[in-house]
Write a new protein. Sequence first.
Length: 494
Amino acid sequence: MTDLTDLGIAGIRDGVRDGSFKAREVADAFIVKVSRAKALNAFLVETPDHAIAAATAADTAREAGETLKPLAGVPIGMKDLFCTKGVTTTAASHILEGFTPTYESTVSQNLWDAGAGMLGKLNMDQFAMGSSNETSAFGNVISPWKRNDGGNASLAPGGSSGGSSSAVAARLCPGATGTDTGGSIRQPAAFTGISGIKPTYGRCSRWGTIAFASSLDQAGPMARDVRDCAILLEAMAGFDAKDGTSLQLDVPKWEAGLSGNFNGLRVGIPKEYRVDGMPEDIEALWQQGIDWLKDAGATIVEVSLPHTKYALPAYYIIAPAEASSNLARYDGVRYGIRDLPTGAGLQDMYAATRAEGFGPEVKRRIMIGTYVLSAGFYDAYYTQAQKVRTLIARDFERAWETCDVLLTPTAPSAAFALGEKSADPIAMYLNDVFTVPSSLAGLPAMSVPGGLDKQGLPLGLQIIGKPLDEQGVLNAGLAIEQRAGFVARPDVWW
């Protein structure tokens, strides 16, 4: 029999349905795989009992002749930003160490209702702030990939959903949840050779998901291919009355609508994304992606997004501003750790708790956010950034007059070594240069693997779509996937 951990979501789902194997066999295989991969530090908490219970329910239902749920028999990983009832949830921060929610996030509940089981909670950048998974209070996640230069440098799996990307790429789970504020699904997917999609803002509920920047945060799936992303997204998405930004729309049948035929459709190539110093490997892959979509029947058009150059500065004003507000709730009073120095007053407790509990990157963003929201600088920074955000959204609206989707690189480089950029926050922030504009505009966007660079590391292509056109994004991703034939996987060293 094929190693069950080599199967993706669709393969597991279909095999359980037709009786090729039992769901319990699948769960057991992945549980063993997770237990043997401690070196990657992808999982903060392992939950084998949850995965076994879901698998047992699936096997019982099949034996009874019942219709199986959409994800029956599929065990997944859950990013530690989603609150899970009775299971520790920390957002990879010391300030929430030991916090066990008494409630379930809407996204995770939707997945359990669809029959999925949980293998564990996945490591991440602290409060989703980072691009390399080096800001976790519980240690770096390590990519399963290695360069082919003969060295042994540990590579970043991307961030903030680095635990998710590392676990999926290493076959520790067939799929995982991620969150994307400025690229935190797409960039790690590109770094590890998997697929990941950020849906339109509001498609997936934010209720029960620990907030970073509320007007940007959006949950999405990470999996080995486009079909698996479509399956997982169907289960995750849906209207939620508990989230005021949730879209009151039916969830489309994205898997059934998949097609790699792009006849008659127009693919826009934004000229502003051709940045100085872009590596030759990424430039070549971008051109190859254009050729693949031409082969699928698409017409290629050049478009202009003139305010792209302002997207990153605007994002790093808006996101920290919202973070400074959202993270004010962590004060040592209601949950998480408390640092109460002898003889200290209430304000001293707040200060001591936050100083001990938050990591350097979180503190940096809180300070930036507090500064740009202060009375003397609100109009000069925050108001101006929001105006730029509107202009960026209008650029996309004009682009849709001449094209149906956009094609760009996902990230400006392949995975870098841990520690290589952590001393330079600006260099780290530049990892999001291609992903941030679509986040500011709330658009669906996806990364799919297209090939390897000269060092044998994965590179991703990004598809950006119109609001609510996840189907168009998935179909463009499928067209690329079919032509790229990407089957590379990391050698097992962990």
